[in-house]
Write a protein that binds this ligand. Structure first.
Ligand SMILES: Nc1ncnc2c1ncn2[C@@H]1O[C@H](COP(=O)(O)OP(=O)(O)OP(=O)(O)O)[C@@H](O)[C@H]1O
Ligand SMILES: [Mg+2]
Length: 307
């Protein structure tokens, strides 16, 4: 549920389907990029692909290199896709200093929940008018979060269960992507999905890069955990002792199998291990952290069994 209160001043009069529009660079988004611990080669590959979009496409004909200006991030929930996508937008703009970039965020549910028969029109209007207009005004990056809702796999749709309207919405997205790719070389879509099987293969085929984000490995778990503790110790200085504890490494190992979001939430669970600790978080112990990690892993395993 998105609240109107979250809308920023610069969002006044946003066209339908946009959740947010903001000028880049934005240091807050730079902090997001830094907050996601991922193999540096993957981060570098992602940034390079986004940069290439803005250096090459205006100069090389699409008959030579048929770029569409679409990067797709896929991976389990909580692996940092949305954070990385926003951070990538900032880092790309930062690479082209003075480039006057803008980041637009599309709210796919606002389009697909349109009244019956209107989805295709809403999608077409968004791409052919609002996005095209933004791209005509300067380099534009568009975040398509949860893209499986917009580019649903047509081959898996039963026409009884899924309104034909949604089917047509996918057609509209594909047509619009082709048109925009032809006309606006200074446009980049960053799409995310934790349900790649539900995305139409013609959409995936148009992506210039599909990157699979993994669950954090042991090293990444350790960095996420340390980042949480360091961040908390800015408010509760005594918490910094946990990161130096002899059991810290074991605790990080216990987190392997959890996604990044689950690790950060698990730390909050440790702070809530008793009413006393909740009232005074500096009382949290490394044992509380261990117990919370174990419990998070256990609930994950049980959750998987019930799927
Ligand atoms: N590799 C990681 N390193 C550090 N933090 C992470 C990592 N992965 C996820 N997180 C944290 O998890 C939270 C969720 O991240 P985000 O919303 O970007 O995930 P997502 O992949 O888009 O999830 P979803 O598929 O559910 O939309 C954020 O607080 C983020 O900092
Ligand atoms: Mg997300």
């Amino acid at each position: 549920m998105r609240h109107a209160a979250a809308v920023q001043p610069e969002d006044q009069n946003l066209p339908k389907g946009f959740q947010r529009s903001r000028p880049l660079q934005d240091p807050k988004l730079g902090a997001l990029w830094e907050s996601i611990f991922l193999d540096e080669t993957l981060k570098s590959q992602l940034l390079s692909q986004a940069m290439l979009n803005f250096t090459l496409r205006s100069k090389v004909d699409r008959s030579v290199i048929p770029l569409h200006g679409v990067i797709l991030l896929v991976g389990p929930p909580g692996t940092g896709k949305t954070s990385l996508a926003r951070g990538l937008a900032h880092r790309t703009a930062e690479s082209f200093r003075g480039g006057n970039f803008r980041l637009l965020e599309v709210e796919p549910h606002a389009l697909t929940s349109s009244a019956m028969g209107k989805t295709q029109r809403a999608v077409s209007d968004l791409f052919s008018q609002s996005i095209a207009e933004a791209a005509a005004n300067g380099p534009t990056i568009v975040l398509l979060d949860e893209v499986e809702t917009l580019a649903a796999d047509r081959s898996k749709m039963s026409l009884e269960a899924n309104p034909i309207d949604i089917h047509r919405a996918t057609d509209a997205v594909l047509v619009q992507l082709d048109t925009l790719a032809d006309q606006h070389p200074n446009l980049l879509f960053i799409a995310t999905s934790n349900f790649p099987q539900a995305i139409d293969s013609a959409f995936t085929s148009r992506c210039d890069l599909v990157m699979q984000l993994p669950l954090p490995d042991r090293e990444a778990c350790s960095r996420i955990l340390k980042d949480c503790l360091t961040g908390l110790s800015r408010t509760y200085p005594a918490i910094s002792r946990l990161a130096g504890s002899a059991q810290f490494g074991g605790c990080a190992a216990e987190c392997v199998g959890l996604d990044g979001r689950a690790i950060r939430k698990m730390v909050a669970n440790a702070l809530a291990s008793s009413p006393q600790t909740a009232m005074n978080p500096e009382q949290v112990t490394i044992e509380d952290l261990f117990a919370a990690a174990r419990a998070a892993k256990l609930s994950r395993v049980q959750g998987d069994k019930h799927k």
